[in-house]
Structure formats: structure tokens, C-alpha cells
Design a binder for this molecule. Structure first.
Ligand SMILES: NC(=O)NC1=NC(=O)NC1=O
Length: 175
């Protein structure tokens, strides 16, 4: 998939290809389509990041709230998006013992009760032990700090998803 292909995509094709680079937030992708043509893939990514940064507090919190818990309900039910399933599996979250599931579930609950949005981390750059550790320590942070950290992790997830799209040469299905 080259830049010309991207820059000639209709918004439907663009959404079909990039619609889940921010977990369950196709609105972000739909919004930045208007900025075509992109001088590079990095520019496309930067437009995504600029859009996220331009959101009011509630918008940023909303982005975090669209992320499924790590090893949570969606993973148990098999209702994760392909990207999230892949990321969580790669971090070893599909191989947790009953005790680890209980601990992670409890920490996630505590985190959501405190901040009003889920704990978000780029799972692909982590593993189950590091995730538990991070969750335990970030739980002590202030609200504003956790919002910032969560959005920073969303950007890392987005970057890796865009890289995957190019590595896997996922072209848009014909609409
Ligand atoms: N709550 C989360 O951190 N979710 C996720 N992290 C990832 O890397 N993929 C997810 O779905």
C-alpha cells in the first residue's frame, strides 16, 4: 500500500483500512480523511495525534473508555477486535492463571473506580507481569497524569497498528 493508494482512497475505503487504528474510535479516522493528501504515513499518524490532542477532556476520556479491559470481559467472551485480540495474546494475556486473572480483574476494577476510564497500556510493548506491575503503580497516580499516560499509550498502540497495516499489506476490500 503506497502513499498514492492512501491519498486516492474514498473516505469509505480509508475508514475500511484505517478505521480501527484507535480502538473502536473510527470517528478519529473519519475526521482526518479530510486532510488528504498526506505527504507521508508519518504525517497521517501526526494528524491522528493532533486530532486527539485537540479534543476536550471528555473527548480524551471517551477515547480511553473505548478500550477493552486487558484480559477482561471482551477477551473472555471472544468479542475483542482482531487488533486487540492480537495485542493481548502477544502480551500473554490469553494464558493467565486463575489467580492472575483475578488479580488483574481486581486491579482493573480499582483503576476504573478511581479514574472513570480503563487502564490503557500498549500491550504489544509489554508482557503480563509488566502490565500487572504498571497497573499497580499507575493506580497511585493523579487523574490528570493517568489521562495523559493513557493517551500516550493509545498513540503507541496506534503507531504499531499503522505499522502492521503496512507490513501485512492490508488493502481495503472493494466497497
Ligand atoms: N486496556 C488496554 O490497554 N487495551 C489494549 N491495549 C492494547 O495494546 N490493545 C488493547 O486493546
Amino acid at each position: 500500500m503506497d502513499l498514492n493508494t492512501i491519498n486516492s482512497m474514498s473516505y469509505e475505503q480509508f475508514l475500511d483500512t484505517f478505521g480501527n487504528i484507535i480502538e473502536r474510535c473510527p470517528l478519529v479516522t473519519a475526521a482526518i480523511w479530510s486532510q488528504q493528501p498526506f505527504a507521508s504515513v508519518t504525517e497521517l499518524e501526526n494528524r491522528v495525534f493532533d486530532f486527539i490532542e485537540s479534543l476536550p477532556l471528555a473527548g480524551k476520556e471517551g477515547i480511553l473508555r473505548c478500550h477493552p479491559d486487558l484480559a477482561g470481559r471482551d477477551l473472555m467472551r471472544g468479542t475483542l477486535t482482531d487488533e486487540s485480540q492480537n495485542e493481548q495474546a502477544q502480551a500473554g494475556l490469553t494464558l493467565l492463571s486463575a489467580k492472575e486473572k483475578e488479580t488483574l480483574g481486581f486491579l482493573n476494577l480499582q483503576y476504573k473506580a478511581k479514574f472513570g476510564f480503563p487502564f490503557v497500556i500498549c500491550a504489544k510493548m509489554s508482557d503480563k507481569n509488566k502490565i500487572m506491575q504498571e497497573l499497580g503503580s499507575r493506580l497511585q497516580n493523579e487523574q490528570s497524569e493517568e489521562l495523559q499516560k493513557g493517551i500516550a499509550e493509545v498513540k503507541k498502540i496506534c503507531h504499531l497498528r499503522i505499522c502492521d497495516l503496512f507490513l501485512n499489506e492490508k488493502l481495503p476490500t472493494k466497497l
